[in-house]
Design a protein around this ligand. Structure first.
Ligand code: PAN
Ligand code: ZN
Length: 195
C-alpha cells in the first residue's frame, strides 16, 4: 500500500482511473429486490444480467484520518420505469460524511436519514455534493445515453451498512414519466423503529 503522496489520473469520457486496487461490478441480479417492477426485472434477467454500475477505488487502511476515494460509474438504463442506480447505504460509522464531485452525465443523489428526512439533489458535471453524517445515499443515472461519473471521497473507517436499505429500499424512488425523471414515494417504505 502506498504510504507516500501519490497521484491518480481520471480519464473521460471512458471514466477510467489510472490507479486503483478495487474494481466492483454490480449487476442487476445483486439488486433484484430493490426494483419496484419485479416483472420487468425478471424479464431483463432472462436475457442477461446487465451491469448497472462499477466502482474503482484506492484501498487505504481503514483508520480514522485516512480517506478512501475513487470513481463511481452508473450506466444508463432502466428496470421498468426506474433508472439504474447504486444499492445505497448508510455508513456503518454513522457520523462520517462524504463528498461527491460530478464529472460527467446527469443524475440525482437520493438521500435520507433514519428519522425519515429525505433529500434529492441533481448531479451535473462540475457540481460538488456534500453528504452530511447520518445520511444514506444512492446515486441514480437519469440520462438515457451517458454514464453518470462521480468522484467520491470519504473517511476510510466509515464502512458500509447496506442492510437497512436492502430491507425496504429508500423512501423516494426516481422513475421516468413522459421522458423526464420524477420523484415518487416508495410504497414499500415505512419509518423503522430504532431501538
Ligand atoms: C461510494 C459508493 C459507490 C457505490 O463509493 O460505494 O457509489 O454505491 P453502493 O456502495 O451503494 O453500491 C460511497 O458512497 N462510499 O461510501
Ligand atoms: Zn458512502
Amino acid at each position: 500500500m502506498r504510504q507516500t503522496p501519490f497521484l491518480a489520473g481520471i480519464r473521460l469520457p471512458d471514466a477510467t482511473l489510472s490507479v486503483y486496487d478495487n474494481h466492483i461490478v454490480r449487476t442487476l441480479s445483486s439488486m433484484r429486490e430493490q426494483y419496484q417492477d419485479r416483472r420487468a426485472c425478471d424479464a431483463l434477467l432472462r436475457d442477461n444480467d446487465p451491469v448497472l454500475y462499477q466502482v474503482y477505488e484506492l484501498r487505504r487502511p481503514e483508520l480514522p484520518g485516512e480517506m478512501y476515494f475513487g470513481l463511481s460509474v452508473v450506466h444508463p438504463g432502466k428496470v421498468g420505469d426506474e433508472y439504474y442506480m447504486t444499492k445505497g447505504h448508510f455508513h456503518t460509522v454513522r457520523d462520517t460524511a462524504e463528498v461527491y464531485h460530478c464529472l460527467q452525465g446527469e443524475g440525482v443523489m437520493v438521500m435520507e436519514t433514519s428519522e425519515g428526512e429525505w433529500a434529492v439533489e441533481e448531479l451535473r458535471p462540475g457540481r460538488v455534493l456534500y453528504v452530511p453524517p447520518l445520511w444514506a445515499h444512492r446515486s441514480v443515472n437519469t440520462s438515457a445515453v451517458e454514464d453518470l461519473v462521480t468522484l467520491f471521497i470519504y473517511p476510510a473507517n466509515a464502512g458500509h451498512d447496506y442492510g437497512t436499505i436492502e430491507r425496504q429500499g429508500m423512501r423516494k424512488l426516481v422513475v421516468e414519466r413522459q421522458a423526464k425523471p420524477v420523484i415518487i414515494d416508495n410504497p414499500r417504505w415505512h419509518l423503522e423503529k430504532v431501538d
